[in-house]
Structures are given as C-alpha cells and as structure tokens.
Design a protein around this ligand. Structure first.
Ligand code: G6P
Length: 616
C-alpha cells in the first residue's frame, strides 16, 4: 500500500535508480506517482495521477534537475481521490520540507486546523501535506531537521513509513516508521530507503530494518538509527538472499505468469533442504525453536491470515488435522480482534502472510501475544514485521512476489504447512518414521508431476475454457474437503484480475442456495479429482447438468467419467489427496490469467487492489 524509494549518494545522479526502484514497487499502489530532488538550492517536485508511466512522461516533458538526493512515491489513495494535487511527494507551503508517506495520519484534521491558524496553506486533501507543514513548522522553532521530524511525529496518531528531505539541510534524509514497513539500504558512499527490499535489489543487498517508532538519519556515508527517545541504536545488517533478477519479468509478459511457472521451483526451495529422510521428519532453521516437547503440549491450533494466505491457512488446518491429529480453526485475522478473550491455554497460533506486513494480520498476531499466546509465523519476507515479531518462524523461500494476485506465495505457504504437519505429526508420535518418509517422498515426486500442468495440451485446455469464461458475468467454484479452499482461491483469483463475479463454495452447500443461480448461462468450475470426495463431486456435476449449467471440471488426466459430465476439462496429474491442492490450483491460476488476458485487463496491477495492505 503505497511505495516509497529514496536515495542519497556521494557522487552522481540518483534519479534513474530511484525511478527504477519505484517501478519495482508499483504493485503497492498505482493511482499516482511522484518524485522530488534537491538541486541548485531548492526542492523540485513532479507528480502525476495514474501509473508511473504517466510520471515518466511528465519527467520527459518537464525534467527534474540531476541530483545526488531524491525521494519518490507511488500511491494507493486513502485520503483524497487520485489526482495530481493529492500525489506525493508533498511539500510545505514555504517549499522547505518535502515528504513521501505510506500510512494514515488519523488526527490530520486537528493538526491541519492548528497549522491553518498559524497561517499554513494547504493545496491537497491529504494527511501527508499536513505532516510536511508540521515538520516545516517545527524546523523553524530552533530544532534541527531530525528533531523537527521527531517532534512532529510525537504529535501524530496513526501509521507511517516516512522519508523527509529539506531545502535547508542538503545531503540528509530522515526516515521514520510506525506500523508501515521501511527498510534502509546500504552501499559504498550511498544510502537508500524503501518500503521493501525488492525496490533496492538493483543497488544493494545489504539492509538495516527499522523497528516501530524508530527514526534514522541517512547521509551518503552514514545511516544512524535512533529510538523513540532519540538515543542512537545499534542494528545488525540483514543480507538479503533475493537476487535482482528475481524481481524482474525474465521474458514473461506478466509477473503473474512468471510466478505461476516458478511454482515447481518454489516447491524445491521451500521444502527439499528441510527433509530429514532418515528420520522421516522435517528440520526447520533456528528461527523455529519449538521443541518436540512443546509441540506435544499444544492441544489446539489457530490459523490466521487474510486474502490468499487465508486459503493456504485453511489447507494448513486440514493437513495438520490429518497428519498430526490436532484440532484447529482458521480465522480471518481482521475478525479475530472481535473474538471473545478466552484463555489461550495450550493453543499455538499459526499466522500466515506473504509480505509479513498486512496490517490486519499483524494486529491479530499482537493481540494473541498480548493474551499470552505463542505465534508461529509463516512468511516469505526476511526482516518483515511478522518475521521479526513472531515467536517462531518458517520462511517460505518463494523469492519476491510482484504480481498483485498471489500465486507462488500460496504455493510456498501450502508447502510449508505440509512440512509443519509432518513435523508436528512426528513430534506428537502420530506418524512413525516410515510414514514420515512416505509423506516426504510424495512431496518430492510432486515436483515431477507438476510438469504435466505446464504441457502444451494442458495449457490448451485452459485457453479453451478461458475463452468461454471470458463471456460470462458470474460463476461458482466448487470443491470438497481439501479442494474447498482451492475453490475459494480459484474464485478469488478470477475476481481479482478479471473482475468477473465468482464465489467459492463447499460443493455440498450448492443445494442450499447457490443452485438457484444455475441455468445455461451460469457456469460452475468444479474440482473433481480422485479421493474420498470423488463420487460426491460426480453427483454435484449431475445436479448442475440437470439444470443446464455449464461445467468446467478440474479432473485427473484421462478421467473419462468426469469428462463425460463436463463441458470443459482442465486435466491435472493424479497425486495423493493431501497434496492435490498444489496441482489443482495451477490450472485455476492459469484460467484466471487467460480470462483476464482475453478481456484486456491489467493483470499485474488490477484496479483498486494493492499487494501489501498496510492499513486496517
Ligand atoms: C492483499 C493482496 C493479496 C494477499 C493479501 C494478504 O489483499 O492483494 O494477494 O493475499 O493482501 O497478504 P499477505 O502479504 O499477508 O499474504
């Protein structure tokens, strides 16, 4: 939600590298963008509504001067409609302080009124312009820039990731964070700041991660972090193992497609190094410190997440139930806050988040910790808030996910949860070593099975079904048991990127209402793969046919019974039931992609969405 990039360098011109970083962050918001530099004694700002391409066109028309210091922003609107005047950076009315901000200043109207009384003028509808003026006000009160920023932030209620540049303080950037991600990048003679690491991978892989309420003063040769009281703090560097190439499209037309194709590698990266074959067990890294004894003492699991991660969490609950025989529930993290404050007892909460920065998810995690519960995080981003604050951690090793519609991150999360189920099962002595080895072997073999999903005939079936689906207005995704969360995720993918209305249901529920929708113009997408739910799914298909509904079925390669009932078949390899979600999700991801492509939608940056939702 909003992307920030900033740089200060000893030599040269940072405009191009800042703009490149900003483009990497476009998935965080894309309704307007802007950049500011300090050159020849003054601050210069360019901003434009729409995508970063519009800003680039503006910069071609009305160039910014070359500079060794710059800040930039891509916006996802909270206060004020997308418009040039509401785009960041925002500058105070005396043109002295310019800021880029991610987050929400909740008391901005009060602050604005106070500043207006002192004669400040405002030209936008945003909370951020108020912040620029507030810092400028304190800067005139005998405070240096860092003190002025800290003083202003002490008056602010809300959340911020912030970078400040001043006309009177050349060569200095002040950064700050509260409940909104911000990282500092470090290189020889250069300092950077950004909302997340991929934005800076083309410049450095060495980072300092800011904690909440910390500020930092960046110059071309120093990065000093301060706590809320203004005392300097020591921080270890984080060396990011992502490469700059991973944050690029690598020949694919869209990030989403690239990320779907990366899934077999994600499986290998997330799982294979963690296999302990002789023990039939899984070994996580040191951030996972739960001992066998502790794992054995938990009586319940609670899974929490939002969006796609919630669907992965639902699968995790089922996997842990089956392999470790431990009961669990899955909650939408934003709803947890309203749940009764019961004793945490022997409950382990598993919090799942690709970014590790989703505000609702973090809030729920902190609430669990406040209630005395223990949190295991499953996360893709090293150094993210979830990764730092969870009591234990499993990283998913998917590499940076850029497409707004999550694909490979889901795949990595489900893989990690399967590993967790084996670990739990072994620790609780529900699985013996032989059984553990069997489950590991199933996962190893899955890598090869997945190839079938990318063969030309499989891709062709998806394209044919997509051509039909692109012409409809609404549809249902149905699955049972392990395939129910997949149905939910399939529906979410379709609506996110093609804007076709889609709902996911457990197939058994169809008869209790949704069946009323079915006629010859209303299709269902049914997941009818082998296993305990197979016969029941065939009955569901018959019920749909009897009402002239169209059927797109995800079915095992060569399954004639399903093919006889369906109008379109998306073939998948037959794999063990517990792992089937990892093969059935692939054609559904590709289906959404092809439908959105046929409809000419903006696949990587669908309207109104943001990849990382850092406001509640
Ligand atoms: C946003 C994204 C989704 C994502 C969800 C949760 O809504 O558009 O793709 O699943 O946030 O994000 P997280 O980073 O916590 O997994």
């Amino acid at each position: 939600m909003c992307g920030i990039v900033a740089a200060v360098a000893q030599h040269g011109d940072v405009r191009a590298s800042v703009l490149k970083g900003l483009k990497t962050l476009e998935y965080r918001g894309y309704d307007s963008a802007g950049m500011a530099v300090f050159a020849e004694g003054s601050l210069e700002v360019r901003r434009k509504m729409g995508k970063i391409a519009n800003l680039e066109a503006e910069l071609d028309r009305n160039e910014l001067p070359a500079s060794n210091i710059a800040i930039a922003h891509t916006r996802w609107a909270t206060h004020g409609v997308p418009a040039d005047r509401n785009a960041h950076p925002h500058i105070d009315d005396q043109q002295k302080i310019v800021v880029v901000h991610n987050g929400i200043i909740e008391n901005y109207l009060d602050l604005r009124a106070l500043l207006a009384e002192k004669g400040h003028e405002f030209h936008s509808d945003t909370d951020t312009e108020v912040l620029a003026n507030l810092i400028a006000y304190y800067r005139t009160q005998d405070l240096d820039l860092h003190q002025a920023v800290r003083k202003a932030l002490s008056k602010v209620e809300g959340a911020y990731g912030l970078v400040v540049m001043s006309a009177d303080d050349p060569g200095i950037l002040i950064v700050a964070r509260l409940d909104s991600p911000l990282v500092v990048g470090v290189a020889e003679g250069e300092s950077y700041a950004a909302s997340d690491m991929p934005a800076l991978l083309h410049l450095t892989r060495k980072f300092l991660i800011l904690e909440n309420r910390e500020t930092a003063v960046l110059t071309d040769r120093s990065q000093t972090i301060f706590d809320v009281d203004g005392n300097p703090v020591e921080r270890d560097y984080l060396h990011c193992d992502w490469t700059p190439e991973q944050a690029e499209k690598g020949g694919f037309p869209h990030f989403m497609l690239k990320e779907i194709y990366e899934q077999p590698d994600v499986l290998a990266r997330t799982a294979f190094d963690r296999f302990h074959d002789t023990e039939g067990d899984v070994e996580f890294e040191s951030e996972f410190s739960l001992t066998n004894e502790e794992l054995g003492q938990f009586e319940r699991l609670r899974f929490m997440a939002m969006g796609t991660s919630l669907h992965a969490a639902q699968l995790g609950q089922k996997m842990l139930g089956q392999l470790a025989k431990i009961p669990g529930e899955t909650l939408n993290a934003s709803e947890f806050l309203y749940s009764p404050e019961l004793e945490e007892g022997h409950t382990l909460t598993v919090v799942v988040s690709q970014s590790g920065e989703t505000a609702d998810t973090l809030r729920a995690m902190r609430e669990v910790q406040k209630r005395g519960g223990r949190v295991l995080g499953i996360c893709n981003v090293q150094g993210s808030t979830l990764a730092r604050e969870a009591d234990d951690l499993i990283l998913t090793h998917c590499g940076p996910e850029v497409g707004v519609a999550s694909t490979k991150a889901f795949f990595g999360q489900v893989t990690a949860l399967y590993l967790l189920a084996i670990r739990f099962g072994r620790a609780r002595k529900v699985l013996d070593a032989d059984a553990g080895r069997g489950y590991l072997q199933d996962l190893r073999e899955l890598r090869h099975h997945l190839d079938a999903s990318f063969r030309p005939e499989a891709l062709e079936s998806v394209k044919i079904a997509a051509k039909y689906l692109a012409g409809i207005r609404s549809c249902l995704f149905l699955g049972r048991s392990m395939q129910h969360p997949v149905a939910l995720e399939g529906a979410l993918k379709l609506k996110e990127i093609s804007y076709i209305h889609a709902e996911g249901y457990p197939a058994g529920e169809m008869k209790h209402g949704p069946i009323a929708l079915i006629d010859e113009d209303f299709p269902i997408i049914a997941i009818a793969t082998p296993g305990i739910t197979y016969e029941k799914m065939l009955s569901t298909l018959q019920e749909v046919r009897a009402r002239s509904g169209k059927i797109i079925a995800v079915a095992a390669i060569g399954d004639q019974r399903v093919a006889d009932s369906a109008d379109y078949v998306l073939p998948v390899p037959a794999v063990p039931e517990l792992l089937a979600p990892l093969v059935t999700i692939v054609p559904l991801q590709l289906l959404s992609y092809e439908v959105a492509l046929a409809l000419g939608k903006d696949i990587d940056q669908p309207r109104n969405l943001a990849k990382s939702v850092t406001v509640e």
